[in-house]
Design a protein around this ligand. Structure first.
Ligand code: BGC
Length: 763
């Protein structure tokens, strides 16, 4: 554990006491988002200490020219990044002419921040003694509105406590910002216009190359001791990329001077490019009519609705409760499903790493959470995102030498084009392609929506099957199809032959494609003629998938009776993690890459990922053998690892181990297990945390169109509960030490399976 300063609390993330070393971590942990935009929890006032400034707008990205030491054919030209966007939260504060900066204050006392997850509001308060010996208390409240997703609101208050004081506020907008991870120090934004209109100000800027136009905006009002006051502006400070409105007033000792700052963005994603300032003004008109207090009330109501469906309660273990809500909160802040152009970046709106782009994480890890806690439309939206990018995935495969409509979905993407540029991942980590199909299968299995596959899914399924057919090579020596030169989910092995998981998902995809294509051909003539016409699919081609699948090779060890992660795995020096000195970890920071590659260590579930996806294909005994063989070599150095293992350990009845994995996934960022929380949060693995409870402890599965449960409870918990939306019916599951109660919250009656027996739950 790396950090332990977060106060355990069931609904809030709380930091108490001033420690500048925590600033960057808390900026990540307490980040805010509303699906459309997000920001790290940076301070409003100036801060000259170590900080990582970040504001992000969903869907607004920049194609940063690829930078690599040794260019390889097939590399993408650029990496599309969600950009650090112009900042609207800033308020410069001076007291008797002295600037408030926590880094230079003589003393900071009673520092406290709280991210109230129940209502989606961030609070901060402290007492500070400035260099000029003036003492003040400061309180701020901030949220990004879930109801009006272009608006955020701040209430910032200063109270002088050891004498009267002249306080000035300079609320500002700043488009002179940079990205920490810029490849070539390019300028990402070009500012077009800095303007003002009464108590509003605007900066219109566009991204270079991609030409997203964004108007960053602010509107300010003031109160003294709760009474609204009209202050005449002392000055406007402007540069080409900055506008600040300076207001100053005398405040008596003990009186509170507050500023209500509204801000946010309107962009060409949703408005006419040439009309952004007008659009911003309209948003402010609406927001000011509503008013700060009502906006905050709406925020609370909106979150109450979200929690109503997605909350998981845990009794008897406050850290576990805090952990799960922290995960659910951030998932809901990152993606709301309202805009089909958006997706879920591994860091969401909390940092720059991974570029805010889409990974296989969405299909492999995130979809179940959104499927079960939202309307099914939301998960369909995520699938549609990939459907719309099918042409680009086909182009991407063509670039690598595939043909005939084969598609390779990118490892990392914003608009469908591949952005990743490490050969061992870009070209080799191809199992991702299988998860596109797995997600479609999973969606249909869970929602029962059989319209998606004929409408869109089948085209994706066909294109992916074509890829696997071409990517597999027939080995005369083995008399079987092999898949050479790949990287499995375990990125600590590169360029291996016959990664079991990759071969397995390839085989499954081709079989699934054959079965679905045949079904649509036989049952939905119109759809079939449209799809087969568009894809030029022949029965012979379908048969070639089937026979390739049938002849797929899988490395296996008779001695251990397990499938091998890849050819040659047993040649390694098989020293388990338990015997690896702790000082060597994380190996991705401590070891050279060649040493990692020669070692048996596993970054995240690889063979076991297959046992998770295709659980029904294997017996419990099979699972146990593979779990016992691979987990001891697994370092869980990817955030995506502990959740899969928690589910499997629970299935094997190893509750202590399952619980350890659960804590690790649910408090990964809160306790900073991977020592990188300063860079941002692990958003996509948070969906895995949800799965650890629902699929792990709740044992929820879908079997033949029916929800099935085998509930278990960790020793440390008194009780837990969750709700799922299954095909429009809401089922609440409450588990305590002695029993499990199922309550149908909506719909008439629902058949479920409990420990293998059918039960009907009535409303
Ligand atoms: C993991 C990948 C994952 C990526 C983004 C990597 O560390 O190994 O599986 O897609 O992070 O979360």
């Amino acid at each position: 554990m790396h950090i332990d300063y977060i106060t355990p609390n069931s609904w809030s993330i709380i930091e108490e006491g001033w420690n500048p070393d925590n600033v960057k971590s808390s900026e990540s942990l307490m980040a805010l988002g509303n699906g459309a935009m997000g920001q790290r929890a940076n301070f409003e006032e100036n801060y000259s200490g170590a900080t990582f400034q970040g504001s992000y707008i969903g869907g607004v990205y920049y194609p940063d020219k690829t930078r690599v030491g040794w260019w390889k054919n097939g590399y993408p030209e650029y990496f599309a990044k969600v950009l650090n966007a112009p900042s609207w939260i800033g308020i410069k504060v001076t007291v008797n002419g002295e600037s408030l900066d926590l880094h230079t204050c003589k003393e900071v006392k009673d520092f406290r921040r709280e991210l109230d997850m129940k209502s989606g509001v961030l609070y901060r308060s402290f007492k500070a003694t400035l260099q000029n010996d003036v003492e003040i208390t400061v309180k701020s409240t901030r949220f990004l509105s879930m109801k009006m997703d272009e608006i955020g609101a701040i209430n910032y208050e200063v109270t002088p406590i050891n004498g009267d004081a002249t306080i000035s506020y300079e609320p500002y907008l700043d488009s002179g910002i940079t990205n920490e991870d810029s490849n070539w120090d390019d300028k990402f934004w070009n500012t077009l216009e800095v303007s003002e209109d009464g108590d509003m100000a605007f900066i219109t800027a566009h991204t270079m190359k991609t030409e997203f136009h964004v108007c960053t905006m602010m509107h300010n009002r003031f109160n003294i001791d709760g009474r609204e006051v009209t202050l005449s502006r002392k000055r406007t400070n402007t540069t080409e990329t900055y506008i600040g409105h300076v207001y100053e007033t005398e405040i008596s000792q003990g009186e509170t001077f507050s500023i209500h700052k509204l801000g946010g963005y309107v962009s060409s994603l949703n408005h006419e490019q040439d009309n952004l300032v007008n659009a911003a003004t309209t948003v402010f008109n609406e927001a000011t009519t509503v008013g700060f207090d009502t906006l905050q009330q709406l925020q609370k109501e909106s979150w109450a609705q979200t929690w109503e469906m997605s909350d998981i309660t845990i009794d008897g273990d406050v850290k576990a409760q805090q952990g799960i809500r922290f995960n659910i909160f951030h998932l809901n802040q990152t993606y709301t499903g309202q805009d089909s152009r958006l997706n879920i970046g591994p860091k969401g709106f909390t940092g720059e790493k991974y570029g805010g782009s889409t990974y296989w994480d969405t299909e492999a890890y995130c979809i179940p959470f959104y499927m079960a806690t939202k309307d099914q439309q939301v998960a369909r939206q995520l699938l549609t995102y990939r459907y719309k990018q099918l042409d680009k995935a086909i182009e991407n495969a063509e670039k690598l030498g595939f043909s005939g409509g084969a598609a390779l979905y990118p490892m990392v993407t914003m608009n469908g084009e591949e952005c990743h540029n490490e050969w061992e991942i870009t070209f080799e980590e191809i199992h991702r392609n299988g998860s596109m199909v797995y997600a479609i299968y999973n969606y249909e299995r869970y929602t029962g929506d059989t319209t998606y596959i004929p409408e869109m899914g089948l085209e994706v399924i066909i294109a992916v099957a074509r890829f696997w057919r071409q990517r597999a090579t027939f080995s005369k020596a083995k008399n079987a199809y092999v898949i050479l030169g790949v990287t499995g989910p375990n990125e600590y092995e590169n360029n291996v032959n016959n990664n079991w998981f990759t071969n397995y998902i390839a085989k499954w995809c081709m079989e699934f494609a054959f079965a679905k294509a045949e079904l649509i051909r036989d049952t939905q003539k119109q759809d079939w003629s449209r799809i087969s016409g568009k894809t030029h699919l022949s029965y012979d081609e379908m048969l070639s998938w089937k026979s390739t699948a049938e002849q797929m090779y899988f490395p296996y060890s008779e001695e251990h009776d397990v499938f091998l992660q890849q050819d040659g795995f047993l040649d390694k020096e098989l020293i388990t993690v338990a015997d690896l000195p702790k000082s060597n970890r994380p190996i991705n920071q401590k070891w050279s890459w060649d040493r990692i590659l020669r070692s048996p260590y596993i970054k995240q579930a690889d063979t076991l990922q297959g046992f998770y996806f295709f659980e029904d294909h294997f017996t419990q005994e099979n699972l146990e053998k593979h779990f016992d063989f691979y987990e001891p070599f697994t370092l869980h150095e990817s955030s995506l690892s502990p959740c899969v293992h928690a589910i499997q350990a629970a299935k094997l009845g190893r509750m202590n181990q399952a619980y350890e994995f659960y804590l690790r996934t649910s408090r990964l960022d809160l306790d900073d297990y991977n020592k990188e929380v300063e860079e941002g949060l692990h958003i996509t693995s948070m969906a895995g945390t949800w799965q650890s409870v629902v699929e792990g402890f709740g044992g929820m599965r879908v079997k033949n169109d029916t929800l099935s449960f085998e509930t278990k409870i960790p020793d440390a918990w008194e009780a837990y509960s969750f709700k799922v939306n299954f095909r429009g019916q809401i089922l609440k599951v409450e588990v305590n030490k002695s029993e499990t109660t199922f309550t149908l919250m909506s719909g008439e009656a629902l058949d479920i399976i409990v420990n293998g027996n059918k039960e009907t739950i009535s409303a």
